[in-house]
Design a protein around this ligand. Structure first.
Ligand code: ADP
Ligand code: ZN
Length: 596
């Protein structure tokens, strides 16, 4: 065979593949643009939908099971509107409430498959063709992809986010100012011979503002922001991860200086352990990322920021010099941080005079920035539903409760026996806590089921603490054991209801011994390891001793809880009886049991 026909053949192949792709891409783009335009015009906000349902203006809503989009049909118009619902459960509960209170709203829940059938009717055979062509595209993507847009990533030329939009986190911001300067004037730094970090890892829980701060760096420096999520592109197309990483960086080089942000990097950067299945897929992707980062040359000003909640999962190779050699922890906000965040996000909200943001910051220990943001939104919705003109303190309190312990489920049927058990269980927690110096701030006790729990005992958390004392850990375990102990003492039976308490208490005991060095016989030694085999260096005796001491701690706590309850049986009975009758006991009501 001569050279020529071979070449022609290749060209022919390319044309055969590329022409349908162009055609299909054009059709898809057309549909998207059309749909987008159409849906933008017809969108209403979630808050408006709430209000309109309350005002009985809505004739019918339609949703797809498992989806988040709601189609709304109004009584006075033939047009259909749509809105997005962020958390489905509260919305469904709200709808149920409305239906019960006599709203004549019609609700149409559709199965996703029914939706597909409709779509198929509309587009006829198009989906089948699309799927075939998409498959071809996937296989050929490495060669013929659209060079400017990398699938699964997002580009922002100007994020518009500034450091002032990130509340609190002052130290972290101060540390990152340097990066901003560098992005602004890379030449100056390079001329000086400064070594600039290529990669920065941001550690922190979801919602603590990692994405926000990365965007703020880009915004402050006035450079583009390209982002992608690790999990997203592992899940969607097997075999594409590495190629996508390559394209992402190709694009970054073109628009440099810029910020590349990789969310959930643990999804691609997990430790390379085996070579099978999705694991090896991850490895290819991770390897490509390492290759890209090692390959930055001095003319390129690309800073890669990556976020994770699970630093211990990351492959150590990612942390070597020249890669993610700088790590910054983004903590959940402390009291002051929460106040700052609340101030920032309440700027555009109408707050009533009785709202004191300081108090709210005090009531929301452990909330992340995203949760605080959500809290203010929920409060606004609740205020609207309550017919208030401004957001009142009660609206916010309701929202706090809703977010901390899940939704009240008044309508869940609870048998008398379960009710009694829950009452004694929660009374047990509360009464035991009252006799423990570090646990005595009981705020509310209830046997109304919330979330997965049959009841709850809520504590006041007013101060933020960095350190927790051994006494506090011990007393926490005693309070946790109070539930099970009360079941046993009062009903001479035990239930599965204490499983979470036991899990938490065991975790505390284990951490005390293996992390905090609070063991009696082992002393201050850390047995924290990445892999179980690493424990071998300590020898069997030490490992056995951990088990013995964990058990001792739990046993001691359980006995202490029993002792407290046995010497205050009348209070336990009274609290449990009141719970069965009223379902919820407030802080003040609870105090009274101890004054009498
Ligand atoms: P992460 O990337 O850590 O999961 P995000 O940056 O996506 O969190 O935060 C989600 C939202 O929560 C932000 O868009 C912002 O509204 C709010 N938020 C989180 N932290 C802060 C903060 N420190 N200051 C102001 N808003 C915050
Ligand atoms: Zn419990």
């Amino acid at each position: 065979m001569s050279e020529k026909p071979k070449k022609e053949n290749k060209l022919k192949n390319i044309i055969v593949v590329i022409i349908p792709i162009i055609f299909i891409v054009a059709v898809i783009a057309g549909i998207f643009i059309y749909k987008n335009k159409e849906s933008k015009e017809k969108q209403i906000t979630y808050d408006k939908l709430y209000q309109d349902i309350i005002d009985k203006k809505v004739e019918k809503i339609e949703m797809i099971v498992g989806g988040s989009s709601v189609t709304v049909k109004y009584k006075d118009s033939d047009d259909e509107k749509t809105t997005k619902v962020n958390s489905l459960q509260p919305f469904m509960d709200f709808i149920n409430e409305q239906l019960k209170s006599g709203n004549d709203l019609k609700v149409d829940l559709k199965n996703p498959s029914a939706f597909l059938t409709i779509a198929e009717n509309i587009f006829g055979l198009l989906p089948t063709i699309l799927i075939i062509v998409l498959m071809v595209m996937i296989f050929k993507m490495q060669g013929f992809g659209d060079k400017n847009k990398v699938y699964g990533t997002e580009d922002e030329n100007d994020t518009g986010v500034k450091f002032k939009d990130v509340a609190g986190l002052d130290e972290e911001k101060a540390e990152l100012v340097e990066i901003v300067d560098f992005l602004k004037e890379p030449k100056k730094f390079k001329a000086m011979g400064a070594r600039i970090p290529r990669g920065i890892l941001l550690y922190g829980k979801p919602g603590t503002g990692k994405t926000l701060i990365a965007k703020a760096i880009a915004g402050e420096a006035g450079v583009p922001f390209i982002s992608m999520s690790g999990s997203e592109f592992i899940e969607m197309f097997a075999g594409l991860g590495a190629s996508r990483v390559r394209k992402l960086f190709e694009r970054a080089r073109k628009i440099s200086p810029c910020i590349v942000f990789i969310d959930e990097i643990d999804a691609i950067g997990s430790r390379r352990t085996s070579n099978s299945g999705s694991e090896s897929e991850n490895n290819q992707t991770l390897n490509q990322l390492l290759v890209e980062m090692d390959g930055f040359d001095t003319n390129e000003t690309i800073i890669v920021l990556a976020a994770t909640n699970r630093p211990e999962m990351l492959d150590k190779a990612l942390l070597r010099p020249g890669r993610f050699d700088r790590q910054i922890t983004i903590p959940a906000p402390d009291l002051l941080g929460r106040l700052e965040i609340l101030k920032l996000h309440s700027k555009d909200k109408k707050l009533a005079g009785d709202v004191n943001l300081k108090d709210i910051a005090g009531d929301t220990a452990g909330f992340t920035g995203a949760e605080l943001f959500n809290l203010l939104n929920e409060s606004a919705i609740i205020a609207t539903r309550n017919g208030h003109k401004e957001i009142n303190r009660v609206d916010i309190d309701t929202a706090v409760k809703k977010i901390t312990v899940g939704l009240e489920k008044h309508n869940r049927v609870v048998s008398e026996k379960d009710k009694k058990l829950t009452a004694f269980h929660e009374a047990g927690h509360a009464v035991v806590s009252k006799f423990l110096e570090t646990q005595k701030n009981v705020k509310e006790i209830s046997i109304i089921p919330r979330g997965l729990a049959g009841g709850y005992t809520m504590y006041k958390t007013n101060e933020d603490k960095f350190y927790v004392s051994k006494t506090e850990l011990e007393e926490k375990m005693i309070a946790l054991m109070g539930g099970r102990a009360a079941e046993k003492i009062a009903l001479n039976d035990i239930s599965t209801g204490a499983s979470n308490d036991i899990e938490v208490a065991t975790g505390i005991a284990r951490d005390m011994i293996t992390i905090y060095g609070m063991s009696k016989s082992l002393g201050p030694i850390s047995l924290k390891v990445d892999e179980p085999y690493e424990l071998q260096v300590f020898g069997e005796n030490i490992v056995d001793e951990v088990g013995v001491e964990v058990k001792q701690l739990i046993d001691t706590a359980y006995v202490a809880a029993q002792k407290i309850l046995l010497s205050h049986m009348s209070i336990l009975n009274a609290v449990a009886d009141t719970l069965m009758e009223k379902e919820t006991i407030s802080e003040e009501e609870f105090e009274k049991f101890f004054n009498e």
